[in-house]
Design a protein around this ligand. Structure first.
Ligand SMILES: *[C@@H]1O[C@H](CO)[C@@H](O)[C@H](O)[C@H]1NC(C)=O
Ligand SMILES: *[C@@H]1O[C@H](CO)[C@@H](O)[C@H](O)[C@H]1NC(C)=O
Length: 345
């Protein structure tokens, strides 16, 4: 009897070879906002044998070429002078090596330059014109990042008396007039330490996390930053622990939103630390958001988190015009880019 059953079983196995159901969700690609082609680019890179770092670079670079939502890559978010500048980072969670660029000018592939900082220097972050010089020495093309779209954004802004802008406690009154601004002779604090910008919800930085099937982690970001920023402003994206963080011993995370606020809380680092202490990715993300909420209840922001066994989650701060955060995931269970949504808290 037993023999007969085993024989049948053997026959069944031979005749109907069913693919074994993957026991692990790894590898995992997870990133902010529904930029599907970026998910695909990262996933393809893993499928063709690339490392977690390669996948993060390929995913972010896809968004730079596609100018995802006008907030990644060239031709978006002009600063006060009309120029588009880029911030990007890439982090290897196995070696804890990081490469990043801030206020990068006239080079399109910011995450590619960040990768070169990681691979070919002992530094972590290069900024401004000097980062451009470094990029040129690494073979990147120096070219204008402005487009008709970014020039139009900038001229509309000038026509609207430079509203909104990022100044406070200066003269002339920045809520009514363009600069140049100076500190007033008598400093009257305008009290409002932070204003909701209102029109920025739903599009921002790409922040990406990849967990390789071997458990190796990587994270990265790419953005053209805040519209009408003061030249020289660098956001959270290229700051390790703020824009993204990865550590094979715990997991990886990435953040998006009001970088000027969020970078003060190192949300990605904090999320990884919560996971290290045993929190699930979802709870880790939520705890990070509620910490910032205590100080800035109206901040715009979201965090994505993944642990090394491939569980993932996200959280966002609820605002009247931002109640749900959309992000993308691809793993061995979805096998293709899948959009997910989380309700903000
Ligand atoms: C994504 O890629 C497809 C195929 O190359 C392309 O047709 C589409 O425009 C891309 N999506 C975006 C948002 O650029
Ligand atoms: C990842 O998170 C899931 C869900 O909370 C948990 O079951 C799993 O043990 C975590 N993995 C690690 C390595 O902590």
């Amino acid at each position: 009897m037993v023999r007969k059953w085993s024989l049948l079983l053997l026959l069944q196995l031979l005749l109907c070879p069913r693919p074994a159901r993957p026991s692990s969700p790894l590898p995992l690609v997870l990133h902010t906002w529904p930029f599907k082609n970026a998910t695909e680019a990262a996933w393809r890179t893993l499928a063709s044998g690339g490392s977690a770092l390669d996948a993060v670079e390929a995913g972010c670079a896809q968004c730079e070429r596609e100018q995802c939502d006008g907030t990644v890559g060239f031709g978006g978010s002009p600063d006060e002078s009309g120029e588009t500048t880029l911030d990007a980072m890439i982090m290897d969670g196995t070696t804890m090596d990081v490469g990043a660029v801030g206020d990068l000018r006239r080079v399109k592939n910011a995450v590619g330059v960040a990768r070169k900082v990681l691979e070919h220097t002992t530094h972590t972050l290069l900024v401004g014109e000097s980062a451009t010089k470094f990029a040129e020495s690494m073979g990147f093309v120096n070219e204008d990042l402005s487009t008709d779209a970014s020039r139009a954004l900038h001229s509309d802004w000038l026509a609207q008396s430079c509203q909104p802008n990022c100044w406070r406690n200066v003269t002339p009154d920045p809520s009514k007039y363009c600069g140049p601004y100076k500190p007033p002779s008598i400093l009257k604090q305008d009290g409002s330490a932070y204003k909701e910008t209102g029109d920025n919800y739903g599009h921002d930085t790409i922040g990406m996390v990849v967990i390789h099937k071997t458990g190796h982690t990587a994270a990265g970001t790419s953005t053209n930053g805040l519209k009408f920023k003061i030249p020289g402003r660098v956001g959270d994206s290229p700051i390790p622990g703020a824009g993204a963080y990865a550590d094979d011993a715990a997991g990886a995370a990435a953040a998006t939103g009001d970088g000027d606020i969020m970078m003060r809380f190192l949300p990605s680092y904090q999320a990884v630390e919560y996971m290290r202490r045993g929190e699930s990715p979802t709870v880790a993300c939520q705890k990070v958001i509620s910490r910032i909420q205590k100080y800035f209840p109206k901040f715009f922001g979201a965090v994505i988190c993944a642990n090394v066994t491939g569980s993932y989650g996200a959280a966002c701060n609820k605002l009247p015009a931002f109640t749900q955060f959309r992000f993308m995931v691809s793993n061995s269970l979805t096998n293709q880019p899948k959009e997910e949504r989380v309700n903000c808290i």
